[in-house]
Ligand binder design. Structure first.
Ligand SMILES: [Zn+2]
Length: 264
């Protein structure tokens, strides 16, 4: 599954607790981040933060590593003894080894570049101090279908293709409704749901949107084939009304919905 905001916030947390205050060993087995890894090597992680799908790791308060996993990137823990392959762009060693492969972005950036990137991002429901009315203003300005706006990282940061389809289903909102026609209650509902769901995603380290009432078990125990309402479930019966789940394309990505539970 393509990483969404919860993955990056979880990563930020796990890296912080793994590296602690010890110097980090860094290398680039693939060689494409040789210079950067040399600069990081021996430095201490001073700050780790996520904003939407962007991860920023600061070392000794002077170097900022910017990572975006994109569609195929992975940043995963391995044992210290594990060997690396030439697909590993960056290897960081703390209590365990972290291998970054296939990122869309892996670069050392200046504070100005950091400000530039984050200025272009909408509010991230998992960041402290973010407010729902910023999200509401962004939505109200757009005529695009709400399913397209939710993927726009300048409207809300951290939502990907799984969450957008699931949130709209849970709230009974048709994916093609123009963003500016949503009511305040619906927009507020989207924000609150995003916050609750992303938090749960960080805790479980995966996406489970089906409620306890609908699945019959607590989210942590739900099987992966029963964890979602509509995502990749085209033609299968809706978990609530049994109508066949529909599929379309919105914002260049596939989108799933139930015509009966999400009337136009
Ligand atoms: Zn339905």
């Amino acid at each position: 599954m393509v990483p969404e905001g919860h993955t990056i916030h979880r990563l930020s947390r796990d890296l912080r607790s793994d590296f602690g205050t010890h110097p980090v060993k860094a290398s680039s087995p693939q060689g494409r981040f040789q210079n950067g890894s040399t600069q990081i090597n021996g430095k201490t992680l001073s700050k780790s933060e996520a904003w939407g799908k962007h991860l920023f790791l600061s070392f000794d308060d002077e170097l900022i590593l910017h990572v975006h996993l994109g569609l195929i990137g992975k940043f995963r823990p391995h044992s210290i003894e594990s060997s690396t392959t030439d697909t590993v762009r960056l290897r960081l060693e703390g209590k365990q080894a972290w291998h970054l492969t296939g990122p869309q972005k892996c670069a050392l950036i200046s504070i100005d570049e950091f400000v530039n990137v984050t200025d272009g991002l909408g509010p991230d429901p998992l960041r402290r101090g973010t407010r729902w009315n910023h999200f509401a203003e962004n939505v109200a300005l757009r005529r695009t279908p709400i399913a397209v706006s939710l993927l726009d990282q300048s409207v809300i940061a951290g939502i990907g293709n799984v969450y957008r389809a699931e949130f709209l289903f849970i709230l009974g909102i048709h994916p093609e409704r123009p963003s500016c026609e949503l009511t305040d209650t619906e927009i507020r509902g989207l924000w609150e749901l995003a916050r609750a769901q992303l938090r749960q995603g960080v805790r479980l380290n995966r996406i489970v949107t089906v409620s306890r009432e609908d699945s019959g078990s607590v989210p942590g125990r739900v099987n992966s084939d029963e964890a979602l309402y509509v995502y990749k479930r085209e033609s299968q019966p809706c978990r609530r009304c049994r109508a066949a789940i529909r599929i379309t394309e919105l914002g260049g990505r596939k989108c799933w919905w139930c015509d009966r539970c999400q009337p136009r």
